[in-house]
Design a protein around this ligand. Structure first.
Ligand code: BV8
Length: 248
């Protein structure tokens, strides 16, 4: 791993950031890695739960086939998340909320750590692990951090499921469209800690680039997006992102 210090940030990027008005950040699991949240891919492995690859246990098909197994997987992840805290990458991004006149944070993560770090109006394109949804009337129910999750809908009594977008499912109505509109109008698009493999979220940086935004990737590894970026900052987000605030 390369040593990370202020020389890791190209002067040109600092200049552009200093004069930017409209900035959008897209994050993936890598932004939460230094908080102790396991990523799905990267490092040559892929998350597996009871022998099932995560894109099978986290799928629309599995909700139909075995909702209890899906809940077991999400209950396990919520238990893990309960004691974890935002890291310096989340905190650096939270500072940007008020640093730029038009700032948008889009996350693929469902862990809620951006909000815990102080980010507001977070666009959660894949939903939230801290919410359940009725399979019948679609009512959303918050899941307490330190309490039991609901087993049934409080309005109609039907079963509930995680309010998370699973593989093969549509994104929350309007979320992607809003993110696509904001990313098409930003000056700088940061892509932090994502393998850029899952669509339609992975198309957001492509939209940014096609509309003339500066594209900056922050990742500990190269990704399929790296070659399309104007800047690629290689290293840990928790070490690199605070360096972008060092002149504040
Ligand atoms: C859709 C919530 C359309 C769940 C997630 C066949 C059938 C159906 C659909 C498809 C299909 N084939 C393809 C598709 C489309 C599919 C897709 O894109 N598949 C990919 C894999 C090919 N997409 C979908 O299904 C989407 N819906 O297309 O609907 C439709 C149309 C009609 C009718 C019905 C549907 C829905 C996708 C959403 C799935 N849900 N999450 C859960 O959390 O369990 S996606 C899941 O992967 C994660 O949530 C995450 O959001 C996403 C991407 O992962 P990353 O965040 O990038 O994480 P990853 O581990 O991959 O990478 C981490 C990165 O961080 C690495 O690059 C690593 O190097 C880096 N890193 C690590 N540490 C650090 C770091 N970087 C910096 N600092 C560090 N310290």
């Amino acid at each position: 791993m390369e040593t990370v210090d202020s020389s890791s940030i190209p002067a040109k990027l600092r200049e552009r950031l200093a004069s930017a008005q409209k900035v959008l950040v897209l994050t993936g699991a890598g932004v939460s890695a230094e908080s102790g949240v396991p990523t799905f891919r990267g490092g040559g492995n892929s998350a597996v739960w009871k022998g099932m690859p995560f894109d099978l246990i986290s799928s629309a098909e599995m909700v139909e086939r075995d909702l209890n197994a899906v809940w077991e997987w999400f209950d396990y992840r919520r238990d893990l998340l309960r004691d974890l805290k935002p890291n310096s990458a989340h905190e650096a991004i939270a500072i940007w909320q008020d640093r730029f006149s038009e700032f948008t944070l889009v996350t693929q993560n469902v862990d809620g750590l951006h909000q815990q770090a102080g980010s507001r109006d977070v666009v959660e394109v894949h939903g939230s692990i801290w919410r359940a949804r009725c399979v019948a009337c679609q009512e959303a129910i918050e899941i307490p951090r330190n309490g039991p999750r609901p087993n049934e809908c409080q309005s109609c009594g039907e079963r509930v499921r995680p309010d998370v977008v699973l593989f093969g499912e549509l994104l929350p109505p309007g979320a992607f469209e809003y993110a696509a509109h904001m990313v098409a109008n930003c000056e700088i698009c940061f892509v932090v800690g994502t393998s850029a493999l899952v669509y339609p979220a992975a198309s957001l940086p492509e939209i940014a680039k096609a509309n003339g935004a500066l594209l900056c990737e922050v990742n500990s590894e190269r990704t399929p997006l790296s070659n399309f970026c104007d800047f690629v900052l290689t290293g840990k987000a928790g070490e690199l992102l605070p360096l972008l605030n060092s002149d504040l």
